[in-house]
Design a protein around this ligand. Structure first.
Ligand code: COA
Length: 329
C-alpha cells in the first residue's frame, strides 16, 4: 500500500474582519461573553461578490504553488463544505470551472466540521489503491450569509466565520505522510447541530412560513455538542495512537478542529499535551471544513509545525461525526 504525503498547504480568508464589538452592534452579545465562552476575538466575513468557490480557488492556487505543481496535474478534487453554492450540483464543479479544468473528477463531501478528515480518509484510500497520484482536498465555508444576525441567533452566529484551506496530497515511497486515520459517526445526534432547510421533506423544499419562523437558520444544542466534543476528540486521538503503538505524548503538534478554544484546552489537558495544541480560532472563528488546513498553514508559517514533526489531527462536528489522524510532516 502506497503512503500519501502533504506536498502543499494553502489558505485564504476574506479581507473583511468582523470583531466581537461589530457583533455587539447587531445583537445582544458582548466581547467579554464571546471571548470567555469561545476564545474568539474576530472572524472574517465575505463581501458581496465573493463566493465559496472563489475562496476555494484562492486556497487551491496557494496550495499548488506550495507543492510546485499546476492545477492541471491534479487527478481528483475532493471538496468539503456545508455551505454550498447550489443544492446541486456540488460546489466542486464550480471550483473546477474557475480553475479552468474540464475533465478532472470532483467529489463533494458533506461531513461538516469533520469534512477535512473524511476527505483525507477518502484520498488516502484512493492513493493507497493506486487509483490516483495527486489529489486536491479543499475545505471551504461561507457561513456568514446564512447566519441569523439578530439576538435569536447569537449562540450560533458569534462562533462561525468564512474561509478556505486546501492541501495537495501525493503518493510517496518516502517514510512520511499520513500514518493512519480513523473516522466515526453517530446519527442519533443528527438534529443537535443542523440546518433543516431547504429540505426534500418539504413541498417546494422550503416555504415562506418556515422562512418567517427562521427555520432556515442553523440550530445547535451547544451544551450537548460541547460535552460530546471534549470526549470524542481525545478518545479518537488515543485510539489512533494506540493502534500505531504510540501515545499522545509522542505527538509534536496537535491540530484540533477550531470550534471553541475551551474545547481545545480541555482536549489538550485530557491528553496531557496542552502546550503542543495549536489554535487560531481567536482570529477566524469556526470555519468548519476549512479549519484544519487553515490551522496547518498558520502553524507552518509560525514555525509551530515543522518538517519531521509527528502531527495529530482531530475533529468533531455535526452528524455527529468525528475522527483523528497521524501525519509525519
Ligand atoms: N452572547 C451572549 N449571551 C449568549 C450568547 C451570546 N452570543 N449565546 C448564548 N448566550 C446566553 C444564553 O442565552 C444563556 O443565557 P441564559 O442563561 O439566560 O439562558 C447563556 O448565555 C448560557 O448559554 P449556554 O448555551 O449554556 O452557554 P455555553 O457556556 O454552553 O456556551 C456555546 C455556548 C455555544 C459557546 C458552547 O455551548 C459551545 O461552544 N458549544 C459547542 C459549539 C460547537 O463546537 N459548535 C460547532 C461544532 S463543530
Amino acid at each position: 500500500m502506497r503512503r500519501m504525503k502533504f506536498t502543499g498547504v494553502g489558505a485564504y480568508v476574506p479581507e473583511r474582519v468582523v470583531t466581537n464589538h461589530d457583533l455587539e452592534k447587531m445583537m445582544d452579545t458582548s466581547d467579554e461573553w464571546i471571548q470567555q465562552r469561545t476564545g474568539i476575538v474576530e472572524r472574517r466575513w465575505v463581501e458581496p461578490g465573493l463566493e465559496n468557490s472563489d475562496m476555494a480557488a484562492k486556497a487551491t492556487l496557494a496550495a499548488c504553488q506550495d507543492a510546485g505543481c499546476d492545477v492541471k496535474d491534479i487527478d481528483l478534487i475532493i471538496y468539503a463544505t456545508l455551505s454550498p453554492e447550489y443544492l446541486f450540483p456540488g460546489t466542486g464543479v464550480v471550483l473546477e470551472k474557475k480553475l479552468g479544468l474540464t475533465r478532472t473528477p470532483v467529489l463533494d463531501i458533506r461531513n461538516q466540521c469533520s469534512g477535512f478528515l473524511y476527505g483525507l480518509a477518502v484520498a488516502n484510500g484512493m492513493i493507497a489503491s493506486g487509483m490516483y497520484q495527486r489529489i486536491l482536498l479543499v475545505g471551504s465555508e461561507l457561513h456568514s450569509r446564512g447566519l441569523n444576525k439578530s439576538t435569536a441567533g447569537r449562540d450560533v452566529t458569534v462562533i462561525f466565520g468564512d474561509g478556505a484551506g486546501a492541501t495537495v496530497l501525493e503518493a510517496t515511497d518516502e517514510d512520511k505522510g499520513l500514518i493512519d486515520i480513523l473516522i466515526h459517526a453517530d446519527g442519533r445526534y443528527a438534529e443537535d447541530l443542523t440546518c433543516l432547510l431547504p429540505s426534500a421533506r418539504v413541498e417546494g423544499f422550503i416555504t415562506p412560513e418556515q422562512v418567517a419562523r427562521g427555520e432556515h437558520y442553523p440550530h445547535m444544542a451547544g451544551n450537548k455538542v460541547f460535552k460530546h466534543a471534549i470526549v470524542k476528540m481525545p478518545e479518537a486521538i488515543q485510539e489512533v495512537c494506540k493502534r500505531n503503538h504510540l501515545t499522545p505524548r509522542d505527538l509534536d503538534v496537535l491540530i484540533p478542529h477550531q470550534a471553541n478554544l475551551r474545547i481545545n484546552e480541555i482536549v489538550g489537558r485530557a491528553l496531557e499535551i496542552e502546550p503542543k495544541v495549536f489554535n487560531n480560532i481567536q482570529k477566524y472563528g469556526n470555519t468548519t471544513a476549512a479549519s484544519i488546513p487553515l490551522a496547518m498553514r498558520d502553524a507552518l508559517d509560525q514555525g509551530f509545525l515543522k518538517p519531521g514533526h509527528l502531527l495529530g489531527l482531530t475533529a468533531f462536528g455535526s452528524g455527529f461525526t468525528w475522527g483523528a489522524a497521524l501525519v509525519r510532516m
